[in-house]
Design a protein around this ligand. Structure first.
Ligand code: ATP
Length: 434
């Protein structure tokens, strides 16, 4: 946890790492045809991220798979070129530096990867893996000194000095990750980005590696950006947590504040999946519908609105919020274009039911609306039945227009600004007030 480092004592108030408006887009266009057809083939993996990491601090970046966490880590370290925005490390801008210009900074900024074996050269001994980067960066007086440093590093990460002569495949997963950590430490970095460092490991080994990282961070005064998809993993290592959804940071808070007073519905749903020691403590589990939408075509307004369990009804909605959310969920199924008439007919046939348009429409409603249409305000029920009829008749565009017009939400219209929910705690949600 936060410990002041001796080497950063003389620094100014600027954070050690400052990330502003960082974007990383990947162009996926196959070529001329894509451009002619006008398909937008840009993957907006990281789409305007602001972050600050103080010296000696551990910041966890958390979100589901595909939210852009790894890309964020790689772009911060200039392993991927940024599309826009800036990264300042110790006051110096890293964005746009060539590989040669980055070299002096590589010593200070290291990365630990999810799959330790894939990140280690199988043809080098562990000793060589540790001494090679030292040689490149002129660390150590001579080969003997570097070998001695490698042996010390192995001890530091809980391995034996004698392990230096072994090859990566001769170790268990946990031991391989220890080697990966030792390699990152071999350059005496100030900041390490650890990208899911324990998610490939057995649960029994995860805690050991987390403790090791925590210990090293405290002893060496390292700054750590800890990327994870699972909030439970970060509780005991992080000082602050940034929650990422579809290329954006939706909430940032000190770790205890985030666990106790999550402000964003996305954070709440991630938290509800974290096992609690006291089962009586457990709030109702929030199951998020579907997976993260495609970063090629992110939802408008608040990007989370298509899955949000707290999506806001329009002012004129006559029913309860729960009723709106059920209707809104139906709407999103229709708009996601995942409904297939033929598949519905196959299913009906397998259940010995009719496959005329009326039956298919009824089947869509039954599958996608978690209440009877009659339990909705009557105009909403009519819109749902009408949309289902159009879908069953093959008029997808018409169905989409009906649901989009019948169930609008302010969340899809306006992009929520990041607001301060409490000191040091910000969230970008229309429900959060300053
Ligand atoms: N080189 C690339 N080219 C095109 N798209 C990419 C590339 N790298 C990542 N992406 C896409 O960017 C999005 C974010 O990916 P990223 O790996 O950063 O997410 P993540 O949150 O780290 O997920 P995971 O935990 O599964 O790695 C995904 O949709 C992914 O397919």
């Amino acid at each position: 946890m936060s410990l002041q480092t001796t080497r950063t004592d003389e620094r100014t108030d600027d954070p050690l790492l400052a990330v502003e408006g960082l974007k990383k887009h990947f162009d996926q266009s196959g070529g001329v045809l894509d451009r002619l057809v006008g398909d937008d083939t840009t993957v907006r993996a990281v789409d305007g991220v602001d972050l600050a990491v103080e010296a000696g601090e551990t910041l966890a970046v958390v979100g589901e798979s595909g939210c852009g966490k790894s890309t964020l880590g790689r772009t911060i370290l200039n392993l991927d070129d940024a599309t826009a925005g800036s990264v300042h490390y110790d006051g110096e801008e890293l964005t746009g530096l060539s590989a040669g210009e980055m070299r002096p900074h590589r010593r200070d900024l290291q990365m630990i990867f999810q799959d330790p074996l894939a990140a280690l050269n199988p043809r080098q001994t562990v000793g060589e893996i540790l001494t090679a980067p030292m040689e490149v960066h002129d660390i150590g007086t001579d080969a003997d000194d570097r070998t001695e440093r490698a042996r010390d590093l192995l001890e530091r990460v809980g391995l034996k000095p004698g392990h230096a002569t072994r090859y990566p495949h001769q170790f268990s997963g946990g031991q391989q990750q220890r080697v990966g950590i030792a390699r990152a430490l071999s350059l005496e970095p100030e900041l390490i980005i650890a990208d899911e460092p324990v998610s490939a490991l057995d649960v029994s080994v995860q805690a050991q590696i987390l403790n090791l990282l925590d210990e090293l961070q405290a002893d060496l005064g390292l700054s750590l950006v800890f990327i994870a998809h699972d909030l439970s993993v970060v509780r005991h290592v992080a000082d602050r947590v940034a929650v990422m959804y579809l290329g954006e940071i939706v909430e940032t808070a000190p770790v205890d504040e985030l666990f106790e007073n999550p402000a964003h519905p996305y954070t709440r749903s991630l938290l509800s999946a974290v096992p609690r020691i006291d089962p009586g403590d457990r709030d109702e589990r929030i199951i998020l519908e579907g997976t993260v939408p495609s970063p090629m075509d992110p939802p408008s307004g608040c990007r989370f609105h298509t899955r949000c369990p707290a999506v806001i009804p329009p002012e004129e909605w006559p029913g309860t919020e729960e009723a709106f959310r059920d209707a809104f969920s139906f709407r999103n199924h229709v708009l996601s274009a995942e409904l297939d008439r033929e598949a519905a007919k196959d299913r009906l046939r397998s259940e010995d039911r009719g496959t005329d348009e009326g039956s298919v429409a009824g089947y869509f409603v039954e599958q996608l609306l978690s209440r009877e249409p009659a339990d909705l305000p009557s105009a909403a029920a009519d819109a749902i039945r009408e949309a289902a009829d159009e879908l069953a008749a093959g008029n997808r565009d018409r169905a989409e227009t009906i649901v989009a017009e019948a169930f609008p939400s302010p969340c899809e219209r306006e992009v929520p600004q990041s607001r301060e929910a409490s000191p040091g705690h910000t969230a970008a949600c229309h429900r959060v007030e300053e």
